[in-house]
Design a protein around this ligand. Sequence first.
Ligand SMILES: C[S@@+](CC[C@H](N)C(=O)[O-])C[C@H]1O[C@@H](n2cnc3c(N)ncnc32)[C@H](O)[C@@H]1O
Length: 440
Amino acid sequence: MQTHMDKSIRLVPMDHTVEEKETWPEYVELIVPQRHVKRVKTALEEHKLLNRKKGIGRSRPFVKIVKESFNTLPPDLLDSLDLSVRALIEHFSSSYTIYQPMLLLPRNNFTPCQTSTLSSPGFQPFWARIAARMGVTHIAINAPIPLQGATSDAVPTGVDGTPSENTLRSPINLTPIYGFFGPPPSPQTLESPTAADFDAALWVTHTQNGIHQTWAPLYTMFSRGNIREKTRVLRLPSVIASVAEPAGCTSVDLYAGIGYFVFPYRKAGVSKVLCWEMNPWSIRGLQKGAKMNGWRSQVIDRGQAPSEAPSESADLIVFARSNEFALEDLAETKRAMDLPPVRHVNCGFLPSSNLSWKTAVYMIDGQLGGWIHAHENVGVSDIEERKVQVVTEITGHVKARGLRGEVRCEHVEKVKTYAPGVIHVVFDIWISATSSLAAS
Ligand SMILES: C[S@@+](CC[C@H](N)C(=O)[O-])C[C@H]1O[C@@H](n2cnc3c(N)ncnc32)[C@H](O)[C@@H]1O
């Protein structure tokens, strides 16, 4: 994924050491994120590499491409739609995201009315040109599918050409604008997609920390703001310590999705990750992503008869049903193999993961203890209060299980701002080893 913000800066170093017979341009352009400009500038100055004449400039190649593409449109097409290039460009931001092979534009680039117009067939050559210049095959706008006037092939429509009812029920805030994104969301494709549905869908890929993740953007959302937490899981001392213990470590993700946290646990060395997930599109993404990363996954779908027993050779075991059944599934897994102790349980559901805490407490290894990572949306000034509530609630479940270990919040991680005044935090709750006979 590449994200390009408005204020990328062009630094222009010169005076390279020119090797014999090698021709160098007068200067090269170095495009760096805004936050690194000062440091890079200082470093270049120290080494006398900054071209003072060219200096620092803004990089807006994308806007240039869009402008050029608008200018290739037949003027009478724009006139007939009462649009001008100037009006279209006016609010155009140069930030964009590429999840290969898709270019994703921010929602504020066009008004809903302009989005409808621009997704009509007459504009397809315009988008084709932008796609070719940007090295992608699909383009979407990060905004709800417009209710009226969308007639592009890329936008799912009913038989009469108007957006179909199911399309409008799509859970995804994404308007496909160029390229075929797959079968339009319908009750059938959402709940029981066929192999053909999966094959026909566009799957995009994003690599973070060397971990590949893949998803079908028409069916699954992706939040890149969780990178902070993914990176933390990868390096978390408590994970590294559990992995190094003689018995090893199993991690659990009760809301596995496409593997945001499942994959970092596996990459950190956890030998088995048990996953629960209900969305068939996320499960397929999890399977595909695991394969891309070289891990073996097994999906156990109780809806399919006969369902398989958990396999010792799988790195990731995915239970395709609600985590309400997680204790039952864990017991069966323990019967089927010599499972390393469960030391970490990720509860990644917002605005609150509290419905999964009881299950999480009963999953943690009773002899060694372990950590529950409880995700919550909390008011910025309510974090301390919520921390006490989380510990109190989890302590109640620990006591009800008959464990006598200590429960303590080891760390509060502020992941990202969720909304003004609301922050996504993760409470790392440590449940210590216990001497209770009830422990298992
Ligand atoms: C916020 S997303 C988690 C994102 C996830 N970490 C990822 O990698 O995509 C929550 C996920 O939990 C799943 N989910 C919600 N309720 C569930 C339940 N009771 N049991 C299992 N999965 C559930 C949803 O389908 C969704 O994929």
